[in-house]
Ligand binder design. Sequence first.
Ligand code: NAI
Length: 462
Amino acid sequence: MASYDVIVIGSGPGGYVAAIRCAQLGLKTACVEGRETLGGTCLNVGCIPSKALLHATHMLHEAEHNFAAMGLKGKSPSVDWKQMQAYKAETIGANTKGIEFLFKKNKIDWIKGWASIPEAGRVKVGDDVHEAKNIIVASGSEPASLPGVEVDEKIVVTSTGALELGKIPKKMVVIGAGVIGLEMGSVYARLGSEVTVVEYLDAITPGMDAEVQRSFQKILTKQGLKFIMGAAVQKTETTKSKAKVHYKLRKDDSEHVLDADTVLLATGRKPYTDGLGLGDLGVEISERGQIKTDAQWQTNIKGIYAIGDAIAGPMLAHKAEDEGMACAEVLAGKHGHVNYGVIPGVIYTHPEVANLGATEEELKKDGRAYKVGKFSFMGNGRAKANFAADGFVKILADKDSDRILGAHIIGPMAGDLIHEICVAMEFGASAQDLALTCHAHPTYSEAVREAALACGDGAIHA
Ligand code: NAI
């Protein structure tokens, strides 16, 4: 029986980061992973492969729409779907091998197989039982199902199947206008599919700032995505190669049907804890299937911790990573901490969308006195030169103290731009602190400074 200080179950961004930090802090560490490769959903069938497809198809979009205007003449590139899939596979491979290398470098044992926890202090993988002073469950999440919609990962797919369709569909119906639906919907729209998104609510991307939601939907519509809002999908029917999607409009209960070659089900994800034996152990689970933990990520069973998508909070790789690092520090006797108020969310469409902290709607609901500083990328020289002037930066600050309370960006590189505001918020900065910071010209980041200026005496280029 091998004996460890820590065994981490799952090697996604939460698990592998926790394992590396545990090892760096001097703890004898193993990580159990049942997939062929390390990296979990994010690296194998999520964040990384989808970004490869988003990048390739964005290049195609640029060639088709903007090259001629920049004086780059000639035939637009044609799509070699097989090669695009190979590029995606290579990207995955480079990343998963990178983690294998980091495990070796940090002397972390990769225990191959699926784990269960027969009792606190023991992890069973196949016929082997390993001993661990502490266990971190980082088992992630899986697509949530929708009654009446049977997934076969060929015609009716989740995000996993959507990454490796046999061919580019002529007609695609996306169920759910959330992050996955819009990212993958964008990929296929750029590849020439007729994409229709069916959304239950009246706005896309639930929980986002309403102004961003409206602007985002307009931009995506301009890019060719069709939206059917306020529509509840009832069921799908499939034949050998096609599907029908039945939905009901909430406003009048009228029933409609859409034809599709591919249906993408993207109505959320749920914690994945199957086979771990948590029920028999008496680990408390919430009504939503999330493992309950205290503020230091320990479950109600001493020595069993949980992080990432399997517990409460946004299902984001970087939130899991932060919890992984902090949990490792707790196990090493240090003070691990995650600031849940400063976790950015990013949608990697073009333009990108990034959100942080409070939305205007939340501030109104809380009765907070706030001010808004907004700046359009139309006033940003770099964005105009790059045909990327769609969108804006919006900063929300406390009306009296000027402290930044939230930020919402739709525009080029929004996912990168948001981070200077993350740092500012971590330091409790005011909008004026950002506004007084010199920003290089010409960069997209000037739009962030201008929005901060707009919280005070006004933006310069507005
Ligand atoms: P989501 O929760 O973002 O969106 C699901 C959408 O489906 C909602 O708008 C909901 O109203 C709608 N819906 C639910 N039932 C419906 C029905 N019967 N008919 C029509 N619409 C319906 O879920 P999504 O996009 O599946 O993503 C899952 C998780 O993965 C999220 O937590 C997301 O944050 C995470 N993720 C994050 C990414 C990123 O950070 N870029 C990328 C991909 C996933």
